[in-house]
Design a protein around this ligand. Structure first.
Ligand SMILES: [Zn+2]
Length: 456
């Protein structure tokens, strides 16, 4: 297609001094692994925020700014989807990288917590949106929705990146609303308040001192803030996005312990009053500026409605904030949120036996999409059936980790399971945490099926 641009990038700084080393911010160091569609494609890093990746792609190809890159990517996607008007980067980038759109959106955008992803599947939405322009627009807006006002980076992460990779990149985990410190280095993040900040690598801002440092002393030690930080990270990791009907039921039940009012009318304290009481003022005014009121007891629907039993129009972040306030333990809240999802039995008499589903589930290591394909069922039907059996939808769980999870639920000791060769401990723990007791009882009920299926 001949897309290589000839414009000079306004952000280029060929060689700069950084931390005593000469280093090169140009394309050569950025592990460009492939070149296709006329574009040089840098390697996508774990936890890399997609807007930052778009910036790197722009920079490496000398395209000037990300809207130029978006135009090129759009034109390329439109070759196969001529009906699309606007193509969001969150859709075109994974296509360019030849990776699953759903995985990309889950791992590199905020869509899992900004509400773009309903409790169905992103992949399905993405395929639908490729045909329906209005949805495509919606997805573009939601994935680009900023969570924090400023773009944030951690100076220690940047230094490590430069030392190990030769370039630096924007991490999604640093852009999370309410988290002003690096969870790895436990140091305050630096904030960049400029236009199109992600078009430039964080190392440039650090080097040129174009940032402000956040004062985090006031709230890193605050237990509610720490719970919120854990909850927001957990929510991003969930294989199944939160169902706001379920979160409403769970939070409503939990709110009973606090004697608070759950309807607009009345005199008792509201959930939003409790939030204001429990959270540091500085933190609230920075991250939840709408959580303020003239008078104690006023019902603030955007926050207090998270206790409602219907799922409409709720904010994921406000839901997580409520959980941080109402639960003593973030793991318990996430467990309650996820273990009750999709418990409703399917209306029609199931045509496929539970045993067949379990066997296929084991065969495909929890990949529901492949199970549905094998059993010739729609994804949604299979997803709901699997959920009633307590089988979580898993992606990217390797065979060793999957087998260890099954052994654990068959009664093997936790440490024995997690320490088996090839097991990814983080994945193991997160699956155990979300799967819960339902999976355990299913495994025991179908023990023969589970153990007769060849696991390795
Ligand atoms: Zn860091």
């Amino acid at each position: 297609m001949g897309w290589i641009g000839t414009s000079i990038c306004r952000h280029c700084q060929h060689h700069s001094i950084f931390g005593g080393y000469m280093y090169d911010l140009e394309s050569k160091t950025q592990q460009v692994t492939q070149a296709k569609h006329g574009l040089h494609i840098p390697m996508l890093m774990p936890d890399e925020f997609f807007m930052g990746y778009l910036g790197r792609l722009t920079h490496i190809n000398g395209l000037g700014n990300t809207s130029n890159t978006n135009k090129i990517l759009s034109a390329w996607v439109k070759q196969s989807h001529p009906e699309a008007n606007v193509v969001p980067a969150a859709y075109s980038l994974p296509k360019l990288l030849d990776i699953d759109v759903e995985t990309f959106i889950r791992q590199h955008t905020f869509a899992p917590i900004t509400g773009a992803i309903k409790s169905k599947t992103v992949q399905r939405n993405a395929e639908v949106t490729a045909r329906q322009n209005s949805n495509l627009q919606g997805m573009l807006i939601t994935t680009s929705k900023k969570i924090k006002k400023a773009a944030c980076f951690c100076a220690s992460c940047v230094k490590e990146d430069i030392d190990y990779l030769g370039f630096s990149f924007w991490r999604r985990s640093h852009q999370l609303s309410g988290i002003d410190w690096c969870l790895k280095h436990n140091v305050p993040l630096r904030e960049v308040n400029e236009d199109a900040p992600y078009e430039i690598q964080p190392a440039n801002y650090l080097m040129n001192k174009r940032f402000t440092e956040v004062n985090i002393e006031s709230h890193t030690a605050d237990p509610v803030v720490l719970r919120y930080a854990q909850l927001i990270q957990d929510a991003l990791e969930l294989a199944v996005p939160l169902d706001f009907k379920v979160t409403g039921q769970v939070l409503f039940k939990q709110s009973k312990e606090f004697n608070i009012r759950t309807s607009a009318k009345g005199n008792k304290k509201t959930l939003s009053d409790l939030m204001i009481e429990q959270l540091p003022d500085y933190w609230l005014s920075k991250h939840f500026p709408n959580l303020k009121k003239e008078r104690h007891g006023t019902y603030l629907s955007s926050f207090d409605d998270v206790l409602r039993l219907n799922g409409n129009g709720k904010s994921c972040m406000n839901t997580l904030l409520a959980a941080a306030v109402l639960f003593k333990n973030a793991d318990e809240a996430i467990f309650e949120f996820t273990q009750h999802q999709y418990k409703c039995p399917p209306k029609a008499k199931p045509k496929i036996s539970d045993k067949a589903i379990i066997e296929s589930y084991i065969k495909f290591q929890g990949n529901i999409k492949r199970v549905a394909a094998e059993l010739n069922q729609s994804y949604d039907t299979l997803y709901a059936r699997a959920a009633t059996l307590g089988l979580p939808a898993l992606t990217n769980v390797n065979r060793a980790t999957f087998n260890a999870i099954m052994s654990f639920f068959r009664g093997e000791d936790f440490l024995t399971s997690i320490n088996k060769p090839g097991v990814n401990p983080e994945k193991f723990e997160s699956v155990i945490r979300i799967a819960g007791g339902q999976l355990s009882s299913t495994i025991n009920k179908f023990k023969r099926s589970m153990s007769s299926t060849k696991l390795s």
